[in-house]
Write a protein that binds this ligand. Structure first.
Ligand code: F6P
Length: 308
């Protein structure tokens, strides 16, 4: 997100505009917590994960009264446009503000990669790579000790991180909410891998799967013999949201930050800017809000074939 803050700030300054950074997302709009940003204020942040502006979940922004307060604060400061960097919740907020008549451009940013209107959201490439690094590291012990490892990664209700990191890491089983796998089926697949002569195995589970790491471990504890392998579990949790953003994420965020300002300069707000194919594309916020992007289920089938 910092790369997007930096790019939007500097692109807007290049237009001769004044720029404010809002602290803690919509909560900062309501609390009038914002301050001018100059070019130097966004220096040295492109390599830092998260956001230097801070972020917060803000239920008040769903209420008309909360948004009215935010709009009053913006008007008092003569701020006439807003760039909102965030996932589905944030872009639903953007849509509401746009519905109130305020010029907004959204930038899709979430590790879940479930925002409609973009192939990729800011942060997911880094999160996939962190998950993959964990998988690769766990394989070291798996291979040496002839064990199976179960890794749970984040993604809320979306299995994208688990799917992509699972494919890149050669997982034997990928369990995601979009296609649930029953615990006994995971056990059968591990057993089959063991019988085919595999010396170790990896299961990648998305946190949103009904049978998450904890549920699978409970089942496996009762059916230890069905696996063939000895099994260990690692839950990555918020680790996948931290660290140094990848080059891909920094460039994506930079392009989207600049594109958001371009839309405002052309007087065409009310959209989310995203990456579709190789191009930056604008999608009306009305089409984005309340919708999620599905994952490519063909990749899950492919992963299953390749796990043989
Ligand atoms: O939506 C991004 C995300 O990181 C999800 O993948 C995860 O389920 C959730 O946020 C974690 O939220 P919190 O930090 O509030 O626990």
């Amino acid at each position: 997100m910092n790369a997007a803050v930096r790019a939007a700030t500097r692109a807007a300054l290049a237009q001769g505009w004044e720029v404010y950074g809002v602290r803690n997302g919509f909560a900062g709009l309501i609390a009038d917590n914002m301050e001018p940003l100059r070019a130097r204020d966004v220096g040295g942040i492109i390599q830092r994960g998260g956001t230097v502006l801070g972020t917060a979940r803000c239920p008040e922004f769903r209420e008309d009264a909360g948004r009215a307060r935010a709009l009053r604060n913006l008007a008092r400061r003569a701020i006439d446009a807003l760039v909102v960097i965030g996932g589905n919740g944030s872009q639903t907020g953007s849509r509401r503000l746009a519905g109130d008549g305020f010029p907004v451009v959204g930038i899709a940013s979430t590790i879940d990669n479930d925002v409609y209107g973009t192939d990729v959201t800011i942060g997911v490439d880094t999160a996939v790579n962190i998950t993959l690094e964990a998988i690769d590291r766990l394989r070291t012990t798996g291979a040496s000790h002839q064990r199976a490892f179960l890794v749970e990664t984040m993604g809320r209700d979306c299995g994208y991180i688990a799917l992509i990191a699972g494919i890149a890491g050669g997982a034997e089983v990928i369990a995601i909410p979009e296609r649930e796998v029953e615990p006994h089926e995971v056990a059968e697949r591990l057993r089959a891998a063991y019988q085919r002569g595999k010396t170790h195995a990896l299961v990648v589970v998305a946190e949103g799967a009904r049978h998450d790491a904890r549920a699978l471990m409970r089942h496996f504890a009762e059916h230890r013999d069905a696996l063939g392998f000895e099994l260990r579990v690692t839950t990555l949790g918020h680790v996948v949201r931290g660290g140094v953003p990848s080059a891909f994420d920094r460039v994506l965020a930079t392009r989207l930050g600049a594109a958001s300002v371009d839309r405002l300069a052309r007087g065409e707000p009310g959209v989310l800017v995203g990456l579709v194919g190789h191009d930056i594309v604008a999608t009306p916020l009305a089409d984005v809000a309340g919708r999620t992007k599905p994952i490519d289920m063909g990749l899950l089938d492919l992963a299953r074939v390749l796990a043989q």
